[in-house]
Design a protein around this ligand. Sequence first.
Ligand code: ASP
Ligand code: MG
Length: 406
Amino acid sequence: MALIVQKYGGTSVADTDRIKNVAARVAEYHRRGDRLVVVVSAMAGVTDKLIKMAKDITPLPSEREMDMLLATGEQTTIALTAMALEALGVPAMSLTGAQAGIVTDGVHTKAKIKNITPRQVHALLDQGKVVIVAGFQGQTPEGQITTLGRGGSDLTAIALAAALKANLCQIYTDVDGVFTADPRVVPTARKIDEISYDELLEMAGSGAKVMQLRSVEFAKKFGVVFEVRSSLNNNPGTIVKEETKDMESVVIRGVSLDKNQAKITLVGVPDRPGVAARIFRTLAEAAINVDMIVQNVSHGAASPTTDLSFTIDKPDLPKAEKVIDGIRKEVGIKKVQANQAIAKLSIVGVGMRSHSGVAARMFDTLAREGINIDMISTSEIKISVIIELAKADDAARAVHAAFLGS
Ligand code: ASP
Ligand code: MG
């Protein structure tokens, strides 16, 4: 008899028919004799709608009240899911995050889980019940309701699987698993059978949004093996786990594309100690995330200057231009250029460690397509390039064909 944690995202519980489908799937596992803990998100669009209502009332709602409000989204779904199971004759009971024993710190709207004491969960499982738990929410030791950041239901499921020492953790979504590329851009993309935590983290950081990043980091830390699969069919999904030796036999696991970046170039920056620190400290203080940074060789012998380029999230561009403008005179930057028409193309795979010539092959492929590389950055298992936005989709298809076939 296996203990299984299943998580159903917003699209899987988007309406009452989908909730009935979820209940039917859970009932099947229950009939097989498995013990089930089911984590659900708010119905698709509900969290966004609640946020919009709050903003209609006041531009800066208190974060404590935001959590009180947002937690209702998941509370609706747990009750409806429990009802749907009871209607099928399956004993079930819903629990809020607090009732499930999820204790967090007091950082409202992005709380961290401190510990889980799933006493009620165990008791209900012992009574033969399916336990439905509200994702995305917890409670401080003082009893305040908190939420775990957008997409936080993934974290609820992974953390519960760890705390309960579940045999299996399944993350149900509206796609068949993790793909070698975004199928909307690369039609030949395939579902990946197995991927390591690190590869998934690198792909997520490169624009492939399958799961909340924090929940993958948590799974890695606690060794929670999980499966990402579709709630719309019975196809096996993608298993996410610690890297194994044979994972390295594949050169590249996937290709990802991030069209949400912008580039800033600072022309004529004085090349002396402390300048880069000053610039990037200013950006950090404005909570602007900097991704890639490239500094050119300096020119001019007496008072050398250099050009400095970096990328940030596109929505942060106006803010970044403003704070850079604020220190421009003081630092002595000659000119500031911004470019939104860029994309970041990345290839990810643990196989890079043992195969040589991977970067050369990627650059060769782009050259043959006549695509210019603007910036390059690498990690042990990732190579990223900044290219022109208009050519990004073609580039992704070409690179996917070169490494993963077409
Ligand atoms: N309902 C929350 C959100 O939309 C949590 C989740 O879906 O995982 O972010
Ligand atoms: Mg979600």
